[in-house]
Design a protein around this ligand. Sequence first.
Ligand SMILES: [Zn+2]
Length: 676
Amino acid sequence: MNPFSLPHRRNARDYPILLSQALSLGLSLGGTVLGAQEPGGGNAKVQADGGSVSGKSLGSGGSATESMHAVQPAVPDRFQILPIHSIQCGGIFDDRLRKQMAFGCDAPTLAAMVDIYRKQPGVFCIAYFWGAATRAMCHYYRYAKDERVLSLIRDTTAEMMGIQEADGCLSAYKRAGEGKKQPFDSDLFDRAYTMLGFLSAYEVLGDSKLLEAATRLADYTCNQVGPAPKISRNDVMSGSIIEPMGMLYLATGQQRYLDFVRHMIGKGEIGACLQDARQGKDIRDFTAAKAYELQACFEGLAVYYRGNGDEQLKQNLVHVLDSIRRTETTIIGSGCGVGPGPYRSGCAPETYAHAGLFQTIPTIEGIESCSAARWMGYCRQMLLLTGDSTIGDLYERCLYNALLGSIHPNGQKNDYFTWLNGVRGTRGWGYKFETNKYFTCCFFNIADAFAVTPSLAVMSSEGGPVVNLFLSSTARVPLSGSNEVVIEQTTDYPRTGEVQISVRPSQPAQFPIRVRIPAWSRNTSVTVNGTSAEAKPGTYLCLDRPWKSGDQITLTLDMRCRLERSPEGSPAVADGFRALVRGPVVLARDRRLGEDFKQPAEILADSHGCVALTAVKPAIPGALMQFSVPTADGGHFPVVDFATSGNTYDATSERVTWIPRTLEAMKSAQAMKAKK
Ligand SMILES: [Zn+2]
């Protein structure tokens, strides 16, 4: 038997005790002083400036080579993320991400964010920004190896640790006196991000002081929040703190963090939502239904699940994913607001309300762009846990449309709400910091979602690579022993469906390569060195065979444009509209391509529901793609990719995604809009 064909699982189970090594720096946790070694031993990489960068993974998904877990996760992930600096990507994501990081992250802005904790102004969610920015910088650094950002991470976390009070407190709210006091929902929400900032920096820098800062804030919180006589916090907004608490359990093995989460989810709003999930309710009908908070809470519960392995909880997690997929996901891949309710929140456009079913006739035009980032975060966790390729499809749809379509091409502004039809705008809840830069809550969430995307693009499973996203990229994937394989993708996807994957193991070996075959790609052609392999839509194609350097996988995806309708369960009036999707990309009309952009059109499709588009040289600068769409009456009209549509942010580029088929449908949409 070829020794390379043995299944080789490299995940946290192979490295069960590394984090106790990490905690080894004489650091005292829960009264126990742990031993004394460098975290991760010889794996730390030495940078040009002599500083150590560890690049490990903690709670955010098992790493393929290194783990900072003190305890074995109760359940191993199906997929593992690659070590730091393993993948380079080109293209539009890289461009938007770098622009966001250049604008959003500089020393004065970060200093102003830290200053919030000194001043304790007691303003809603204002302390969230530091943690969100720091986490985004860390994820960005894991990918981009940008020394400027690495210095910012070092400096800003050092400054934050410098102002942490003796008992661990870091809060924008005072303990006593005038105004709202610690601890309550937005205070805990802020603290969640503060801890995530420290923990993300710990993953990158491996400096145990960062873990210590997170544990001290967690312990301070555990002393305030819990069973009587402590204060109970069981609302979904506070539930954002479940993620860092779950990570801390895995990092330290300290039972008190699991106990904290168990208390939080045992009753109140979160407990009721879990009960709703157990009863199979639609997410719209959950006790709390604000999209961002609910997703962040369940993202945390996925991390907690790694710690406790409760099968019932996993079923709840899967139910939540499927419920959002079925009734809340709009054509652009994310969704909230939009539908008729009922709303159990003051923020209707940010609440689940059957957005998927009512997307053609919005009574409230919502879809907060933050909710796309958190939905992708949840999909990422669930992909790691389950290895279900259709979750990769969900992620990709959201990435190309909701996420890319909610960022200004200059990377400095975001759409706060993403409209399917209408004029784009950037106004929304946020803060202007002393450096005169205004950030909505969405800014660093979206930057972070871009920054973690390379880590999802290529992963590892059972000793071989998993190709999730088709991006022009080069990834190094660890194999058995000291072997590794370079996976180089050459493609201009999603402009075309041609993907060349060059496989270059250091030494010839047998291992599996998994390639996501999107469910929408009905006829996919795959060859390995010219020999065909059968590819089934909505699965991973697993090519388990001997590989040598220079082997080629050629993938041709089915890029026929699909004419789509509002999903099953939509009101009858929705049948008056159609939308166009090609590969993962939604196509939309834009006023710049013709003043008749709102006019009804019966689009010509074949018996498979496919539309024969004609590619056109884009008339809009920077457009990813433009096509001419045939109509039943022999005419045609132009469309561009959704992300390009509307990107002047004024009426000159008003967009239409759901195209009315008849004059009646067009009028009904206008009437619904007028009624709002
Ligand atoms: Zn937001």
